[in-house]
Design a protein around this ligand. Structure first.
Ligand code: HEM
Length: 344
């Protein structure tokens, strides 16, 4: 999370960027675009070529500045996009704040005190709005930010089509029903991804995202202290790794404690380590360990573990393109929010 000082410097950087880009692109397009009046006729990849040619660079530059302050943001933004796409499609419903009459996705048990990166999305949105108001949806910003985040920490690039519109609804209940829990077994995982049009192989590949980022100790307490093996350890977890995790996450550890999900490099670099970890019984969640509980999914894990980049990077890029297009809303449905946290 950002401290006040970091937020202020990020704010200054984004304002400067926005101004620079405003000057650079002022002649390239007309302003005064009404919120949500796009007819959706542009081609998908080049959706903003006419209306906001600077959009993609603004996202990339604002994000770069944010990640320079805090490398962990890359993981946060990748996960935010996943949690958005799995609930009502990639429509930025995860960004909406709760209201007195509605508990939003971000406040559900599956997300609260866990998903993060909202301030960075706000900063990107402000920078984009300063240059071309009312054109670029929060859902597109999330998709672009996830892709650019992965690139920033050494991962693969993929093409992000644009033209997603922002949804009007966000429900905490829907998060609980649609997001896979860390204690899920293989059948549950396969079914939950299939419900989103993703194959078992794509589920395995996308789980490779756990090569970056952190988890809260609370999530793995059951595996370390309350399971069926000696000392309450889950017998499917490597014993030496479990002992190390117990030191990092003592019994009853409060919600504040976090640890990297990749024990090899601290979760700061995008690589295929996740798959070799899983094969060595060092997958951190039950859902990670589940990937080697059938010969079919185990074979997928083995293929992805076979090199530092190939075939994982190409496979991950292709699976992300598919995930980024789950149940996308197109004009005239939905809207382009002015502020990603509230409907217009
Ligand atoms: C297969 C089912 C999945 C389950 C059960 C799962 C569960 C989790 C859990 C419990 C955490 C730790 C949260 C915390 O302690 O705050 C986490 C972190 C993370 N997940 Fe997943 N996840 C899954 C798939 C995915 C997918 C498909 C992606 C991306 C495409 C992803 C990206 C991430 C990232 C990047 C983090 C680190 C977040 C951070 O550092 O803030 N996960 N996941």
């Amino acid at each position: 999370m950002f401290g006040l000082q970091q937020q202020m410097s990020l704010c200054t950087i984004t304002k400067v960027l926005a101004l620079l880009l405003l000057v650079a692109s002022a002649d390239a397009h007309g302003y005064g675009h009404e919120y949500g009046d796009d007819d959706g006729s542009d081609t998908l990849v080049d959706f903003y070529t006419n209306d906001c040619p600077a959009a993609r660079s603004i996202v990339q530059l604002t994000l770069k500045a944010a990640i320079q302050n805090d490398k962990g943001l890359a993981a946060a933004l990748l996960r935010l996009h996943f949690h958005d796409c799995f609930v009502r499609g990639c429509d930025a419903s995860v960004l909406l704040d709760s209201t007195p009459s509605n508990v939003a996705e971000k406040d559900s048990l599956a997300n609260k005190n866990s998903i993060r990166g909202f301030e960075t999305i706000d900063a990107i949105k402000s920078a984009v709005e300063a240059v071309c108001p009312g054109v670029v949806s929060c859902a597109d910003i999330l998709a672009l930010a996830a892709r650019d985040s992965v690139i920033e920490i050494g991962g693969p690039a993929w093409e992000v089509s644009s033209g997603r519109r922002d949804g009007l609804v966000s429900s905490s209940f829907e998060s609980l029903v649609n997001l896979p829990p860390p204690f899920a077994d293989l059948t549950t995982l396969v079914n939950m991804f299939a419900a989103k049009g993703l194959t078992e192989k794509e589920m395995v590949i996308l789980s490779g995202s756990h090569t970056i980022g952190i988890t809260h100790c609370g999530v793995i307490q059951n595996r370390l202290y309350n399971s069926t093996g000696p000392g309450g350890v889950d017998p499917t977890l490597d014993a030496a790794y479990a002992a190390k995790l117990k030191v990092q996450c003592p019994f009853g550890t409060g919600a504040g404690n976090v640890i990297p999900m990749d024990p090899k490099n601290g979760g700061a670099k995008f690589d295929s380590n996740y798959f070799s970890n899983v094969l060595a019984n060092k997958g951190i969640f039950t859902s990670d360990a589940a990937l080697i509980t059938s010969s079919v999914s185990r074979a997928f894990v083995q293929v992805e573990a076979s090199g530092p980049k190939k075939p994982f990077f190409d496979d991950f890029a292709a699976a992300m393109v598919k995930m980024s297009n789950i149940d996308v809303i197109r004009a005239p449905a939905g809207e382009v929010r002015r502020n990603c946290r509230v409907s217009n």
